[in-house]
Design a protein around this ligand. Structure first.
Ligand code: IPE
Ligand code: IPE
Ligand code: MG
Length: 250
């Protein structure tokens, strides 16, 4: 029994497509700049792309979609951009709740979202409660998220449990660790997409990407839609995931 087995899906040749897809939604600012628009216009167009992609994901059989919306590092942007993003997040949560209910999608949030503005926290609380029994899919938004912070939080809660005597250090294994992450109740991450061509992870899902497939497009996030998602899924289905072993035909 090797730990690699933990990553292995039932169907090794991927013909069924990805179940859990995450997206680093990047390039809103550059998209706007190219059109001579303020960065805020790019973020607004980015929300439209989210709506398209949520629908397209459902069509493609992706039951779990995880979107990087605001990183813990994004606080270091200019104050007016941060304020604009927070306002947009609040309005979008408010405006799109009925649509999530219609589509039977459960809203899930990862990251330190409870530290956000109280209006946003209240809106998220309401959305989580109202969508909690929806079974058509799970939309996870990463808000005030840092992959390293999430790992540190998991380590701290295990340390606390060991300190109080409810576990021993020997109980700490990969499964116990993963159970302390924000993504604990999500399936393994099959595919990570990044838009706007950057070849970096920017502190997203650091633990979870251990055996995820990557797909990067030069398109900016506001240009992204069903076509690109379909392409990413088609590429994914052609890949052979080896998990460090050999697969048929090697
Ligand atoms: C992604 O677009 C949205 C967020 C990070 C909130 P950017 O705002 O990073 O756009 P670029 O990368 O500067 O073009
Ligand atoms: C990653 O994009 C964060 C989100 C998409 C929310 P960034 O634009 O913040 O990443 P860097 O700064 O290019 O690495
Ligand atoms: Mg960016």
């Amino acid at each position: 029994m090797s730990s690699a087995n933990d990553h292995r899906p039932q169907d090794n040749n991927q013909r069924n497509g990805p179940v859990h897809v995450a997206v680093i939604m990047d390039g809103n600012g550059r998209w706007a700049k190219r059109r001579g628009l303020p960065r805020a216009a790019g973020h607004k167009a980015g929300v439209k792309a989210i709506k398209r992609v949520v629908e397209a994901a459902h069509e493609l059989g992706i039951t779990h979609l995880t979107l990087y919306a605001f990183s813990a590092e994004n606080w270091s942007r200019p104050a007016d951009e941060v304020a604009g993003l927070m306002q947009l997040i609040l309005e979008t949560l408010r405006n799109e709740l009925a649509d999530l209910e219609r589509q039977k999608i459960r809203l899930n949030i990862i990251g330190r979202w409870r530290a956000l503005d109280s209006e946003i926290v209240a809106q998220i609380d309401e959305a989580i409660v109202r969508t909690k029994d929806n079974a058509a899919g799970t939309l996870t938004l990463a808000l005030n998220y840092s992959g390293r912070q999430d790992i540190v939080d998991a380590a701290r809660s295990l340390a606390q449990a060991a300190h109080s005597g409810s576990i021993t250090p020997a109980d700490i294994d990969e499964a116990a660790f993963a159970a302390g992450l924000g993504t604990a109740d999500l399936p393994p991450l099959d595919l990570l997409i990044r838009t706007s061509g950057e070849m970096r992870v920017s502190n997203f899902l650091l633990w979870e990407i251990a055996y995820s497939e990557f797909w990067v497009t030069p398109d900016f996030w506001p240009e992204f839609g069903a076509r690109q998602l379909g392409q990413a899924v088609a590429d994914f289905t052609k890949r052979r995931r080896r998990y460090g072993a050999l697969s048929e035909g090697d």
